[in-house]
Design a protein around this ligand. Structure first.
Ligand code: NAD
Ligand code: WQD
Length: 342
């Protein structure tokens, strides 16, 4: 079984991807310093797959501490690099922490992947690299505009660093996956999103309001030029995102000749949903009335962004199969479990 190193394997998207990798026949080790997660997620992965995943609780920014991980696992054939700090708002207030963590971590990993002859690399990028895009839906060729925050800049810079390395390194291939708005949880409700940070993304804010952790929530802005005045986003189920990684890995491993160019894919459903529609879906699917009000626009929000995902469909054979209803159903099931254990 090919061995894959997943960085950030205890985090939200990393843990769901590990499940899909295992179920597809990969062997997985995780590297996660738990700055935004907890190793208890590995119990959930065990319950779903029957496999115990080993996590190396090491900081990617600490190069010396990484070496034993690679020494002990000389048979790693690919790296999926999720580990990063990801809060837009926090990055504005702590830019150096974001640059240091996200960029140094990436550089160390790329450096060690050369030293240990690891030829396949997948990077978690984000639709935030497009900035306030002029065209909709965005394709992989849509020009990247100015990053709106330090977090988004770490993704633009990360992509560029990987592209530059891929261009000159023999026998090395990389894929850059630009996620739109990942949400939802594994259908078993044994794993889901459980960030240490206070939630600010729409779906966890909705479920936290429904369970009573928040008294009410605010829809940020009701006077945008959209069909109901609220912002439009492309919510993509985390298990569909997970599957895209497995397919991307297969694509890299099946290549007979390395291409010296990073391949970029948008990971979204292709469908824009308004905030109001997302809330309506939650209420309808789960039979719960949500306590919300309309408030001011949130600074930095773009009016609308959604993906053209044809490239991933055509090249990776990736067909996202879960809709906003399944996102809201699974997110709610997970919230109910989470609130009993945390
Ligand atoms: P997450 O915070 O749940 O997972 C990231 C994991 O990386 C955490 O478990 C954290 O402890 C770990 N980590 C962070 N810095 C580390 C370091 N220096 N060394 C070792 N481990 C470290 O986040 P997520 O939602 O699973 O996101 C995964 C990736 O996807 C990130 O790169 C993120 O930027 C990207 N992304 C996320 C979203 C989203 O909305 N969730 C959207 C687009 C892109
Ligand atoms: C979605 C919509 C809010 C909370 C961010 C990052 C992006 C990517 C995904 C990492 C917006 C509205 C939200 C609330 C609301 N992450 N909203 N009330 O801002 O599209 O994207 O996460 O790469 O890079 O920027 O996601 O979930 O925060 O917001 O009305 O309490 O929900 O205004 O329109 P966003 P989000």
């Amino acid at each position: 079984m090919p061995k894959i190193l997943v960085t950030g394997g205890c985090g939200y998207i990393g843990s769901h991807t590990i499940v899909d990798l295992i179920e597809t026949g990969f062997e997985v080790i995780s590297l996660d310093n738990l700055i935004n997660s907890d190793e208890s997620v590995l119990d959930g992965i065990f319950q779903i797959t029957g496999k115990k995943i080993l996590n190396f609780a090491v900081d990617l920014a600490d190069r010396e501490m990484l070496i034993p991980v690679f020494e002990q696992n000389s048979d790693i054939v690919g790296i999926i690099h999720f580990a990063a700090l990801k809060s837009v708002n926090e990055s504005v207030h702590r830019p150096l922490q974001y640059y240091s963590n996200n960029i140094t971590g990436l550089i160390n990993l790329l450096d060690l992947s050369e030293r240990y002859s690891i030829k396949n690399f997948i990077f978690s990028s984000s639709c935030s690299v497009y900035g306030d895009s002029d065209e909709l839906p965005v394709t992989e060729l849509t020009p990247l505009k100015e990053a709106q925050c330090p977090y988004a800049y770490t993704k633009q810079a990360g992509e560029r660093i990987i592209q530059d390395v891929t261009r000159v390194r023999d026998n090395f291939s990389s894929i850059l996956l630009r996620y739109f708005n990942p949400a939802g949880a594994h259908h078993s409700a044994l794993i889901g999103e459980s960030s240490r940070n206070i939630a600010s993304n729409l779906v966890p804010v909705i479920t936290e309001t429904a369970i009573g952790k928040r008294q009410s929530m605010t829809i940020f802005g009701s006077d945008y030029e959209t069909r109901d005045g609220t912002c439009v986003r492309d919510y993509i189920h985390v298990m569909d995102i997970a599957r895209a990684h497995t397919l991307a890995l297969r694509y890299l491993l099946d290549q007979t000749e390395k291409q010296n160019e990073s391949v970029v894919f948008n990971l979204g459903t292709g469908e824009g949903i308004t905030v109001k529609e997302a809330i309506d879906a939650f209420e309808q699917v789960n039979g719960i009335k949500l306590n919300y009000t309309y408030g001011q626009r949130r600074e930095g929000d773009v009016v609308a962004v959604y993906a053209n995902n044809k490239k991933a469909q055509e090249i990776l054979n990736w067909i996202p199969s879960r809709d906003i209803n399944e996102i809201m159903r699974s997110a709610w099931e997970w919230e109910k479990v989470r609130s009993t254990i945390h």
